[in-house]
Design a protein around this ligand. Sequence first.
Ligand code: NAI
Length: 284
Amino acid sequence: MELQRVSVIGAGQMGGGIAQVAAQAGYQVVLLDTTEERVQAGLDRIGSLLSRSVEKGKLSAEEREAILGRISLTTDLAVAGQDADLVIEAVVEKMEVKAEIFTRLDEYCPSHTILASNTSSLPITEIAAATRRPEQVIGMHFMNPVPVMKLVEVIRGLATSEETFQAVMAAAERMGKTPVEVNDYPGFVSNRILMPMINEAIFAVYDGVATPEAIDEVMKLGMNHPMGPLTLADFIGLDTCLYIMETLYEGFGDSKYRPCPLLRKYVKAGWLGRKSGRGFYSYS
Ligand code: NAI
């Protein structure tokens, strides 16, 4: 099945990026968020990223206009669902929110529509169970920042059909990404390995082993990581990091995945990293 129309649910850091790469790939895109301000802010961010590409000579001004022209905005889930061949959901990492959206999308979308989630760690099988089309539900886990990062983890739920899987692999490739197939276990591959490392770095701050700057420097210079784990945590969002650790902890029932109390404290304080202006570092 050749997909033409892609709807993206959630116009935050991930949803905006996904809408951008989909429009760049030539798809007609509908971008949705809860309010007109939020969805417009998402489009504005895409506009400025594309302007930067024009300034760098990577894109012509006409191409920029054409890409933006392929994105329409809505706050109505029925509108986002009604003509979509593929819906990619990128709202907050909470099962009850995602499940409700998938149940409603199942009602609004045509019978052929594939429903994908950009979840970082929540079970695709459980999201699929909120619909009557579990064979057409799949995980499509993009990396942040979406326009830059090559990987898409494609996660098969228990019931995901081969046809759905192949269509989504092809869509990811058309968006210029390299899809990698994984099975549905908490955290998939990427966050099962990455997030315990970030959590351990937070424990190192909590235990007073070293400052955030020192920890990041050790991992950058010593392990050749392009950025330290605490800089990365601020970039991902500390709320998202906490949700993922909770999913791993609950999913495996193993104390090695317990979220660091300092991570909980920062999230309760509203220190969510870059997006709130403060996390392990200050961004004012
Ligand atoms: P974000 O906080 O930047 O954006 C989430 C957006 O969803 C917000 O604009 C919010 O208004 C909107 N939203 C919330 N509830 C909604 C609803 N009921 N209907 C429509 N829109 C709603 O979060 P971010 O970072 O974009 O994360 C979104 C998803 O992507 C999460 O599932 C996260 O785990 C996943 N993800 C995040 C990555 C990261 O590095 N931040 C990387 C890969 C996946």
